[in-house]
Write a protein that binds this ligand. Structure first.
Ligand code: NDP
Length: 234
């Protein structure tokens, strides 16, 4: 049966690939955007995840059209890199607010719907950097590591209601975010990836779909890397 799926930041990049994969499988998919609108064929709602009121309004809008959210993909995220000694309070806070507190906000709102349904799937898009750390990424890595604690706490709180919470930790994926990398940095990264290439966003979507599927009904609190082997051992 078609499920009500909400993907934050589903208007582009990895989120868009995830939204398209669910839509192609026949689900009712909604994506959030911050004013750019949704790509053709996708139902879009405006939402900045740093604003609790916008999160609440976006869920209300989606649920009025598609019914209670059954699958939440918390994907919206930003980077604002800099070395620790030069990283200001606000630079640290902005990234944690969008990536980690934003996920808390959408998870909390989704939980109230999922509890009423007595089932649900939450999938948080973290990063290999959340487990390994990244020079110049203290804010981003901390926010992505925090998602593991968030998801595992949700998994413990809501597991008895058939609600699962899992984390997907992509390596380097071809999107606007990685377009910003210098040629030198890109070459360094590829040198460390056993698969020898960046991921296609659709390759992340496949794992997200698995976690939302019946086949993954007993998988919760897991951190699944989709990183071409970059983070092996973490
Ligand atoms: P993009 O930069 O291509 O897209 C980011 C998305 O997040 C956009 O849809 C953007 O919306 C949205 N977004 C950012 N901030 C907010 C906010 N405050 N409220 C709502 N939406 C917001 O990123 P990717 O597709 O590359 O990344 C998606 C996720 O995957 C992120 O969480 C990222 O950290 C993670 N990731 C990416 C990797 C990569 O190699 N690309 C590797 C590992 C993890 P808008 O269009 O309005 O700006």
């Amino acid at each position: 049966m078609a499920r009500s799926v909400l993907v934050t930041g589903g208007n582009r990049g990895i989120g868009l690939a995830i939204a398209e994969a669910f839509q192609a499988a026949g689900d009712k998919v909604a994506v959030t955007h911050r004013g750019s609108g949704a790509p053709d064929g996708l139902f879009g709602v405006q939402c900045d995840v740093t604003d609790p009121d916008q999160v609440s309004a976006a869920f209300d809008e989606v649920e009025a059209v598609h019914g209670r959210v059954e699958v939440l993909v918390s994907n919206a995220g930003i980077t604002e890199d800099g070395l620790l000694l030069r990283m200001g309070e606000e630079q640290f806070g902005r990234v944690v607010d969008a990536n980690l507190a934003g996920s808390y906000r959408v998870a909390k709102r989704a939980a109230s719907s999922m509890l009423r349904n007595r089932s649900g799937r939450m999938i948080f898009i973290s990063s290999v950097v959340g487990l390994s750390g990244g020079a110049g990424q203290a804010n981003y890595a901390a926010s992505k590591a925090g998602l593991v604690g968030l998801a595992r706490s949700v998994a413990r709180e809501l597991g008895s209601r058939s609600i699962t919470a899992n984390v997907v930790a992509p390596g380097f994926v071809r999107t606007d975010m990685t377009e910003e990398l210098s040629e030198q940095r890109r070459a360094e990264i590829l040198g460390q990836v056993p698969m020898g290439r960046l991921a296609d966003p659709a390759e992340v979507a496949g794992t997200v779909q698995f976690l939302a599927s019946d086949a993954a009904a007993y998988v919760t609190g897991a951190v699944i890397p989709v990183d071409g082997g970059l983070g092996m051992g973490h």
